[in-house]
Design a protein around this ligand. Structure first.
Ligand code: NAP
Length: 532
């Protein structure tokens, strides 16, 4: 099953506010021990921009239905879903079942907008109310799977069973063990003829919680605070609205993201989403926790899934999935960016790390790339020492060679330095010899190792004394911005170029590849400064 050519549901946009491009509501789960605390949370939900609240009365201590339900329903500043989740469906209530269902009846009578009843007991519930449901109340019939996400066929069967109970709204929550599980949930939403809440729980299910807006989901859940959620993987309300621009997601929104594992720490969504918004580009950028790149790409094969950044450990696997690869990425053996060509769906891989690093060094030397303006690169003819032979080291060594520099690679594992130097037509040396290497003055140094990165910020790959031979020193590390290497280089009088510049430059290039628009550079710079 793939997410290709799904007939997109056209949500009925009953919202007058022109700022919204979808009808998917954001629901804040309200969970507290007292009704007063719950009312406080409901007010906060409204302030933060939720459309409705799910009142989890199974969380209340010493709950008195008559007294508390009335207060909670009548005083809620937002429409309410009343949920009284039993332990056998992942909730907190472990009392008598008929009392639980009687409480839900009462909630309907008291004017709740929605009540949630579990599929396992829905028939019994509907027969007990005997058609005496207040017209205003809508019944959500829900199914939760905390183990996995079943096959598309099985999910379809569950949805059919839910509809057969007489449900107004179908809710299916599963557990994503792989990011491709979310595709089956999104498919359910897209194909459903009735209002449907579909979500895959867990970090690998985040995509379902956000892209449900694209595929016509009835609602998604947004936590009031980070870490306080009613189900694993739930984003916060603030992230939905401010980071992912949830209201702006439409059926035609283009999907992008950063593919890696782990990915929770990535700053990239914080850079690209505001940049897309600023450029009025109809796109979203997600953190994509991917286990198998080929499976991910095959599953999300729809033309709307258009561009990805690649990070550790998938840069090589990404390259293997490309239909075409730019020559530098091929030589380096890793991609950092992938674009799906709109004309034929072919996947094109690039290594923009190298463009970012080299552009930053060229700018530091007071000139720009020969490729863009026909002039000779300021790197041409210079002695360029690259420390490191991993992904960043390869990018810098190939990039330097491309620009006509005389490249020398120094690496802890000497074999790797030799191998890289042979491939690019440069020289190599063991890292232990770097301090005594001074064939000429005015050399350029690039650190592409993790030596000096947080938390080992006192470490540096070269002695301060040896730095006096260099006129410019670049450090790929950007946490911290001022590494010991850069501090000491500045003290010896060298020009310094920060790792953030490499990161920024590659972000500008990626933005332009994703959107075809000029990058809002100032905004990207400001956002990075705020987030590092
Ligand atoms: P990588 O592929 O894992 O390579 C790591 C390199 O660091 C290897 O050359 C390794 O040497 C060397 N190294 C690690 N620990 C060392 C130590 N204790 N002493 C000496 N050498 C050591 O990693 P990468 O992707 O190239 O990343 C390298 C650095 O660049 C990281 O700090 C990363 O954050 C940074 N980076 C920055 C940007 C940016 O946009 N600014 C982009 C990419 C990477 P061996 O071969 O001997 O193991």
């Amino acid at each position: 099953m793939t997410l290709n050519s799904i007939p997109l549901a056209t949500p009925e946009l009953q919202i007058g506010d022109g700022a919204r491009r979808n009808a998917t509501m954001i629901c804040a789960p309200v969970m507290a021990e007292t009704a007063e605390q719950m009312l406080g949370q409901m007010r906060k939900a409204k302030e933060l921009g939720a459309d409705l609240v799910e009142i989890r009365i199974d969380y209340l201590k010493s709950f008195s239905p008559q007294q508390h339900l009335e207060v909670l329903i009548k005083q809620s500043p937002l429409p309410t879903i009343i949920t009284y989740r039993p332990t056998w469906e992942g909730g907190q209530y472990d009392g008598d079942e008929s009392r639980r269902q009687a409480t839900l009846h009462q909630a309907m009578e008291l004017g709740a907008d929605y009540i949630d009843i579990e599929l396992k007991v829905a028939d019994k519930f509907f027969s007990s109310i005997q058609g005496k449901k207040p017209e205003k109340v809508k019944v959500i019939v829900s199914s939760h799977n905390y183990e996995n996400t079943p096959s598309a066929e099985e999910i379809g069967n569950i949805a059919a069973r839910i509809q057969a109970t007489g449900a107004d709204i179908v809710k299916i929550a599963t557990t994503a063990l792989d990011i491709t599980d979310s595709a089956r949930i999104l498919q359910l939403i897209a194909h459903s003829q009735v209002p449907t809440i579909g979500l895959a729980m867990g970090e690998r299910g985040l995509i379902s919680r956000i892209l449900c807006a694209k595929f016509g989901g009835f609602l998604t859940f947004g936590a009031l605070e980070s870490g306080i959620h009613s189900a694993p993987g739930q984003p916060t309300l603030r992230d939905l609205l401010d980071l992912y621009n949830f209201r702006q997601i439409g059926p035609d929104t283009k999907v992008h993201g950063v593919i890696g594992k782990p990915i929770g720490h990535s700053k990239s969504p914080h850079l690209y989403n505001p940049a897309f918004k600023k450029a009025a580009f109809n796109g979203i950028y997600l953190p994509l926790l991917v286990d198998n790149v080929a499976n991910f790409l095959n599953t999300y094969s729809s033309p709307d899934f258009t561009g990805y950044s690649y990070t550790i450990p998938h840069k090589m696997a990404g390259l293997e999935c490309c239909d075409e690869v730019d020559p530098i990425a091929k030589a380096i053996g890793a991609i950092s960016c992938m674009i799906k060509k709109p004309s034929d769906g072919k996947l094109i891989g690039y290594n923009v790390d190298y463009l970012g690093a080299i552009a930053a060094i060229e700018e530091g030397l007071g000139g720009s790339s020969s490729a863009s303006n026909g002039s000779v690169s300021p790197l041409a003819g210079r002695l360029f020492v690259v420390i490191g032979a991993g992904g960043a080291g390869k990018a810098l060594a190939y990039g330097g060679k491309e620009k006509g520099a005389r490249v020398v690679v120094a690496n802890r594992t000497y074999e790797k330095a030799k191998d890289l130097a042979r491939k690019i037509g440069g020289e190599s040396m063991p890292l232990t010899e770097l301090d005594d290497f001074h064939p000429e003055d005015g050399m350029i140094l690039a650190n592409a190792t993790s030596v000096g990165m947080k938390p080992n910020t006192d470490a540096t790959p070269i002695s301060k004394k040896a730095l006096s031979r260099y006129s410019l020193v670049f450090d790929a590390i950007y946490t911290p911005k001022w590494t010991t290497l850069l501090r000491e280089a500045k003290e010896t009088g060298a020009k310094v170029v920060f790792g953030t510049e490499m990161f920024l430059n590659q972000a500008f290039v990626q933005f332009e590849k994703f959107t075809g628009l000029p990058a809002p550079k100032d905004l990207i710079r400001e956002t990075l400064a705020r987030n590092t």
